[in-house]
Design a protein around this ligand. Sequence first.
Ligand code: NAD
Length: 316
Amino acid sequence: MKKILVIGAGGQIGTELVLELRKRHGVNQVIAADVKEECTDALKDGPYVKMDVLDKEHVQEFIKKEQPEDVYLLAALLSATAEKHPEFAWKLNMEGLFTILDLAKEGHIKKIFWPSSIAVFGPTTPRVQTPQYTIMEPTTVYGISKLAGERWCEYYFNKFGVDVRSIRYPGLISYTSLPGGGTTDYAVDIFYHAKKSGEYTSFLTNDSALPMMYMEDAIRATIELMDAPKEQVKIRSSYNLAGISFTPEDLALAIKEIIPIFKIKYEPDFRQDIANSWPDSIDDSAAKQDWGWKEKYDLKAMVQTMLKNVDPSKLI
Ligand SMILES: NC(=O)c1ccc[n+]([C@@H]2O[C@H](COP(=O)([O-])OP(=O)(O)OC[C@H]3O[C@@H](n4cnc5c(N)ncnc54)[C@H](O)[C@@H]3O)[C@@H](O)[C@H]2O)c1
């Protein structure tokens, strides 16, 4: 039975990824690691290690001792937070990746998953059905770090045969844990407020279309990519993944169908500039062709599931 290590396990994606991996591989096979002192409640039934991915010696020592076959490296500063701390964002988003790529190069890890983002695209990228291969001139610190990371992943694959796999996640929507400082966070917050007070103030304008995806689909895509035979993984920078594209207004209307009194206001802030530089929708035909990707959730199914499951008492 192989061991799996998830670094950044306490976050929005990590929590759900660890739960799913533990279902498939056994609770004790999947080690959750995060810089947080305490393990997230949802993951307390399995192994947890407090790990700062920037503490290279500790990461190296731990991985050499535990020999996990697969490492999922999720620790990063997200788009909105990265704009506030550019130097630290660059450091965190790049140094951890090099540590893990080098450990794989030396033969201590068999497979790496490292997430990229739609933030690798920029204002000069075609916005509608953004192709896999296109102009990439990101204007955010986060996007620059993700694009550089993609280039390094491909380089380590070509040069050293490192089996690294990646997805350009769209904005992810989930209810298990709160989002961590991204530009698409509104599409999660809105459900908590809709249930709590019946109103929400969006930090993006009504017509800001962005690619989004329900978390269950994103986790399935991640695991399917990691399980795909090596020869089917033809792109070693990062795969486009489409999901559902919608605007804050589309989302509000879908919520109104279930909560008719729901009201939305729009007060765009600095995150509007970030959203303006990202695609409206994504072409993910390469993922479909290479490893058989197919999404399950549409807007209606996602809204129904979110409204049923969000717990508004989690809002501080
Ligand atoms: N959530 C999204 O919509 C989205 C979209 C595109 C890409 N991504 C990428 O997916 C990954 C995970 O995103 P998320 O939304 O779960 O983020 P998150 O902010 O919710 O979680 C990140 C986790 O990493 C941990 N962490 C931070 N610094 C660390 C360090 N030095 N060492 C170890 N752990 C550390 C945090 O404590 C947190 O638990 C990131 O690389 C992010 O860029 C996320």
